[in-house]
Write a protein that binds this ligand. Structure first.
Ligand code: ADP
Length: 642
């Protein structure tokens, strides 16, 4: 069913090809006829009246000229495939006219009775008939229209003669005619069949070429998709590498990410901005010439990021001056030609933008993978900033808690402190009393008086020192990591340690190794840990009857220094050991249960660890480590790809 519409155009194309062949072969037969006709006339020149002869010749030659004119017109036609039917009809009529004129040879046969003339004429007609069979068969009807009027009149004329020779010639003529028509029909069918085959092959070749082209286009598309996929896998790998390299500060990773984005997108400027109302502040930046610096502030309306934030999705263009972006207020100010940016969200809020740009236009358009990549980068930056904010909040909390704990420690040490301060004050008043008595009793030796005053000054200095230590310990300050020696840390709190152990009749021993490496630590916080552990040890020894001993030791370990506070108290209950250091876990009636957990968070913030072990004989030991200052991983210098 579906073949019908396709078959019809094919038949039409075959016929058009037949007509083209008909006209292509036409000049050969026509020119041959043009030459044969005068030859025939010349032979009959003396025997047939000239007017008849010339009239016949003129008519025949006229039809031949018409046929030649048709050939020329056919070759000049505008649309080669249109009107094949009409061109075939025209030529068929012209050939029929030629055939009629050739058939007019009957006149020659009549007017030239000698057998030789008639035989010659019959021979010529046979030749013309065969010539037509060779040149007109592409369109069979044309040949039939030519051959029948050409042969039938002379053949019939010959058959109707009484002469057996002429009748035989007529019969032979009929036979030739039938043979010529049969051969023409056979040739015509063969031609049409080969034309059909050729056109079908051409159609097949065409559809094969179309299929090949389609397959090639598919392959190209596949290759493009593969390239895009490979590119996005590469991008993911790069992103992963940037975010997985351990760096001390998230800012370093953001810098590394900006460098990666610049390289990936082929742009030279990478910016993380913070936006508040119309204020656009540069938080992190990479520029080749340092045109834009960290902390620079712009009006948001003057940046392409205004539009990025409005769009709430990645926005990019490659050539601002060749597009409407040249109308943007940013273009005349900064002349940035290429731009790719996306909003950065921290939690629920828009923080700012991550954007890349260049003073030069970008030669290729941004791909979908570029937009996806920048979105992923922005998401990572958002979560890194969020983590940073949370870590800062946690650190603030910890600092507050540590401070509260220090105040608590001081509160607990208050009576001891009062006693400690009281002693020099009592001594001062005693010395002052002595001095006054001496003055009242008369002139005294200035040397003795000076000695008394010096004792007063020494006791005042001692009081001042204790008060200073208390003030120092009670102050609230941000953590400050310094390179310090453990012995110096202990010296600063020696008075407190001494006071606490003396008060409870505990012997404090110290075993501080001589070759300890310096550690990177916040002195106040580490002192707080030591004080917590010593106070716990002192508390623990309160339960025993014999001599109470606390040993404070420090020894080097592969990564830094290990400090330990050992006591000879009752030790740790194994069940309780599992709960340590759990916030608010305490076995003391007035305890808060925070000392150990705060100590642990302080130690961990320093990159160390805190743990407890039972002693072999009696009591427990609390250990903690501090990393050596030299081992601390300093923030890496970011290697820029610029
Ligand atoms: P608090 O001192 O307020 O109880 P801590 O967190 O400092 O809070 O201590 C928690 C608990 O751990 C103590 O109540 C005690 O039961 C136990 N503990 C701490 N140090 C020792 C020690 N040296 N020996 C025995 N038990 C200890």
């Amino acid at each position: 069913m579906n073949a019908a519409p396709a078959a019809e155009p094919l038949a039409r194309r075959i016929f058009a090809e037949q007509v083209r062949l008909l006209y292509a072969q036409a000049p050969l037969g026509t020119v041959a006829s043009l030459l044969i006709a005068p030859m025939l006339a010349l032979i009959h020149w003396d025997i047939v009246p000239r007017t008849v002869l010339l009239g016949w010749l003129a008519l025949l030659e006229a039809t031949l000229l018409v046929r030649l004119a048709l050939v020329v017109a056919f070759q000049r036609r505008r649309d080669p495939d249109a009107d094949a039917e009409r061109w075939a009809r025209r030529y068929s009529w012209a050939c029929a006219a030629s055939g009629v004129c050739w058939g007019g040879c009957v006149v020659l046969l009549t007017l030239a009775p000698p057998l030789t003339y008639q035989t010659f004429t019959a021979l010529m007609l046979g030749g013309v008939l065969m010539g037509g069979a060779l040149t007109m068969t592409p369109v069979l009807v044309t040949y039939v229209a030519y051959a029948l009027p050409l042969m039938l009149p002379p053949v019939l004329w010959l058959l109707l003669r009484d002469d057996p020779l002429r009748a035989a010639m007529g019969a032979a003529g009929i036979l030739y005619l039938l043979l010529a028509l049969g051969a023409a029909h056979h040739y015509h069918r063969t031609l049409v069949r080969s034309l059909r085959l050729a056109l079908e092959n051409a159609g097949l070749a065409q559809s094969f070429a179309a299929a090949k082209e389609q397959a090639e286009a598919g392959n190209r598309q596949l290759a493009e998709q593969q390239a895009a996929l490979r590119s996005s896998v590469d991008a993911m790998r790069e992103l992963y590498e940037v975010i997985s390299i351990p760096r001390r500060h998230p800012g370093d990773r953001i810098q590394a990410m900006l460098a990666m984005g610049c390289q990936r997108f082929g742009l030279t400027i990478g910016i993380l901005s913070h936006v508040e109302d119309d204020r656009y502040e540069i938080v992190q930046v990479i520029t080749p010439g340092g045109e834009i610096r960290r902390g620079d502030v712009f009006a948001l309306g003057d940046t392409y990021c205004r539009d990025t934030l409005r769009a709430r999705e990645p926005l990019g263009f490659e050539h601002a001056s060749a597009s409407d972006w040249r109308q943007h207020p940013c273009y005349p100010k900064l002349k940035l030609e290429a731009y790719l940016g996306t909003p950065v969200q921290v939690g629920e809020h828009i923080y700012g933008t991550l954007n890349f740009s260049n003073f030069q236009p970008r030669s290729t358009p941004f791909a979908a993978v570029d937009r996806e990549l920048i979105q992923l980068m922005a998401r990572w930056v958002g979560s890194a900033l969020e983590q940073e904010q949370m870590a800062a909040a946690a650190q603030r909390q910890q600092t507050l808690l540590a401070h509260a704990s220090r105040l608590n420690t001081l509160g607990e040490m208050a009576s001891g402190l009062a006693h400690e301060i009281n002693q020099p004050i009592t001594a001062i008043s005693l010395y002052a009393e002595t001095g006054l008595t001496r003055l009242r009793n008369g002139p005294d030796e200035p040397a003795e008086l000076r000695e008394t005053l010096e004792k007063i000054a020494a006791q005042s200095a001692r009081t001042h020192a204790i008060i200073q230590q208390v003030r120092h310990f009670a102050r609230q300050s941000k953590p400050q990591y310094l390179t310090v020696r453990v012995s110096a840390l202990l010296d600063d709190i020696a008075d407190f340690l001494d006071m606490e152990t003396r008060r409870y009749h505990v012997v404090l021993r110290q075993d501080i190794g001589p070759d300890l490496p310096p550690v990177l630590a916040d002195p106040l916080q580490v002192q707080q840990v030591i004080l917590n552990l010593v106070r716990n040890a002192v508390d623990a020894t309160g339960a025993i009857d014999g001599p109470r001993v606390v040993l404070l030791s420090a020894r080097p370990e592969p990564d830094g220094v290990e400090l330990a506070v050992q006591d000879n108290g009752p030790g740790l209950d194994p069940n309780l050991l599992r709960q340590l250091p759990h916030p608010f876990f305490t076995t003391k009636p007035d305890g808060l249960g925070l000392g150990l957990s705060i100590s642990q968070s302080i130690v961990e913030a320093h990159g160390g660890r805190l743990w407890a072990t039972p002693n072999r004989d009696a009591g427990a030991t609390f250990h903690f480590t501090l990393p050596a200052a030299a081992r601390i991983h300093r923030p890496e210098r970011v290697k820029f790809a610029l």
